[in-house]
Design a protein around this ligand. Structure first.
Ligand code: GDP
Ligand code: MG
Length: 192
């Protein structure tokens, strides 16, 4: 049994896609155990996207450089640098600006393999590479090229914890334990 954090980012809320996205998780049988619509305080956004964690920053930078290489783009021309730390810092700022830009719907789902199943329903980080059928593949088309040239985060509708460890770090940032509920879903008896 796992729990994972999902956040419908401001583009999902502003496009009126909350119900449609939420129902994907309910449909699969994952149990929604916490949920709230909220404006993200900048201090929370900065913990969620930790600009002081070198490993996270360099990881973001490396992923971006890999994408650029794949598509034959020059990072220096587009971003002014090819240093993983500097690119990580740049994206971290865009991410914080994005998530505080409007209300978000934060929720926690619970179920067997919840982390991996959730990542699968969300699809690839880059919507233009996300498979049809996934939330990002069906409902968005953004790419790192478009986002980086607009000096903004990729608009991909949804955040989902990337691993069990990430979920354990993120859930308490967004929810107090008193906001997370235990209950039984009717189909548990049939599905397990
Ligand atoms: P996720 O776990 O699939 O959301 O992806 P990551 O943890 O790698 O990245 C966090 C968020 O940063 C993504 O959801 C995107 O909104 C944004 N992002 C990731 N890579 C890039 C990039 O190369 N350029 C820009 N502008 N944004 C990015
Ligand atoms: Mg991530």
């Amino acid at each position: 049994m796992e729990q994972t954090l999902i956040i419908l980012k401001p583009d999902a809320v502003e496009r009126g896609l909350m119900g449609r996205i939420l129902s994907r998780f309910e449909q699969m049988g994952l149990k929604i155990v916490a949920a709230k619509l909220m404006k993200t305080p900048r201090s929370l956004a900065e913990k969620h996207y930790p600009g002081n964690r070198e490993v996270w920053l360099r990881g973001m930078g490396e992923k971006t450089l890999e994408n650029y290489k794949k598509f034959g783009e020059d990072p220096i021309k587009l971003l002014g640098t090819n240093d993983t730390h500097e690119i990580g810092m740049m994206i971290q700022k865009w991410l914080v600006d994005y998530i505080v830009s409007g209300p978000v719907l934060a929720f926690v789902v619970e179920g067997p393999h919840a982390v991996e199943l959730t990542r699968k329903i969300c699809g690839n980080t880059l919507p233009f590479l996300a498979s049809p059928g996934s939330i990002r593949g069906d409902l968005a088309y953004d790419s790192s090229y478009l986002a980086n040239s607009g000096k903004r985060a990729i608009k991909n509708l949804v955040h989902a914890s990337g691993s069990i460890e990430e979920a354990k770090y993120e859930i308490p940032l967004w929810f107090d334990s008193s906001e997370i509920f235990e209950y039984e879903r009717a189909e548990e008896k049939v599905m397990q």
